[in-house]
Ligand binder design. Structure first.
Ligand SMILES: C[S@@+](CC[C@H](N)C(=O)[O-])C[C@H]1O[C@@H](n2cnc3c(N)ncnc32)[C@H](O)[C@@H]1O
Length: 307
């Protein structure tokens, strides 16, 4: 099992100790979860969640040596509060969100996340969701598709690509989509594959990725005990911006517009920033795992309102 992204940094900043409770909201293959369980030995507890049932099976296997100290649930992290109630955990000491796609998902052609292998255009993290990437693409009109490419892919050639996709309907495979995108924008000089932004945008739309991040962030504060920490690893600027803005807002006592002379918002800080700037992987990690290069880690600690 290879080390997950920013592994040591997550452990150093979450500071797991024995007797504490943790939630890994995106347990994946259980790499970070192993680190947390090991650092909180002999009796730290961990609840791991994932929407991909294959991840749950794999995590169960990889965490065998910690049997009795972890619980795994196949559920979205937006059910965080319900899950804690189920386990009668009043609060937790640390929460991790490692956003995005796992290497296992990217490398599994059946999931349809990658333009490198031809496969059915699926892209669902949760196979029980009804709408696949193919369904979405084939339902949308040109303007709706272009909007998704702009909003979630920051794609400059969104209209050209959307037009080409709509003309080629039905689009059913990753290879077909990659080819349509490449042909529609021609040979523009770029360090990345021409379909990278389109695939990212469609994946974010299929899984409502930004909406669920916005939904879960306030729940993490609700779930944390005072001095508990939340760590979030994001993989692109859209995710990172949501986390950065949320942490900034929640670490301020007043969120009135700057020019307003008297505070009327009544807002109170509930977080203290632990990472003033996001933590990025070092060169050593990027060399071993090039996919880690865009990862950014932000950590905040829950504070008790000053009253
Ligand atoms: C980058 S991987 C996590 C890898 C993990 N930290 C490890 O060490 O193996 C992200 C995981 O989040 C899961 N995921 C995506 N959206 C989710 C959601 N809304 N709720 C729970 N899990 C989610 C994906 O299925 C994927 O397994």
């Amino acid at each position: 099992m290879h080390k997950p992204v920013l592994y040591q940094e997550v452990i150093n900043l979450l500071q797991p100790r024995s007797g504490q409770k943790f939630v890994d909201c995106t347990v994946g293959a259980g790499g970070h979860a192993r680190g947390i369980l090991s650092a909180s030995s002999p009796d730290g507890l961990l609840l791991g969640m994932d929407v991909d049932p294959e991840a749950i099976t794999l995590a169960r296997e990889n965490l065998r040596e910690f049997e009795g100290r972890f619980f795994l649930v196949w559920a979205s992290y937006i059910t965080l509060i319900e899950q804690l109630k189920r386990f009668s955990w009043a609060s937790v000491d640390g929460i991790l969100l490692d956003l995005g796609v796992s290497s296992l998902q990217l490398d599994n052609p059946e999931k349809g996340f990658s333009f490198r292998t031809d496969a059915p255009l699926d892209m669902r993290f949760d196979p029980s969701n009804s709408v696949t990437a193919a369904d979405l693409i084939n339902q949308l009109n040109e303007d709706e598709l272009a909007e998704i490419l702009v909003r979630y892919g920051e794609e400059r050639y969104a209209h050209q690509i959307a037009q080409a996709i709509v003309r080629s309907k039905p689009v059913t495979t990753t290879g077909q989509l990659a080819e349509i995108v490449s042909k529609s924008i021609g040979h523009k000089k770029s360090a990345i594959h021409p379909a990278t932004r389109t695939f990212q945008a469609i994946r974010i739309a299929v899984n409502r990725e930004l909406e669920v991040i916005e939904e879960v962030l306030p729940l993490t504060i609700q779930a944390l005990a005072p001095k508990g920490r939340v760590a979030v690893i994001s993989f692109h600027s859209l995710e990172d911006r949501l986390v950065k803005d949320f942490f900034r807002r929640e670490s301020k006592d007043c969120i009135c517009p700057p020019k307003q002379p008297v505070c009327t918002c009544g807002h109170q800080a509930s977080l203290r920033l632990i990472t003033k700037k996001p933590v990025s992987p070092g060169l050593d990690e990027i060399q071993v795992n090039p996919r880690s290069r865009s990862a950014r880690l932000r950590v905040a600690e829950k504070i008790v309102a000053s009253g």
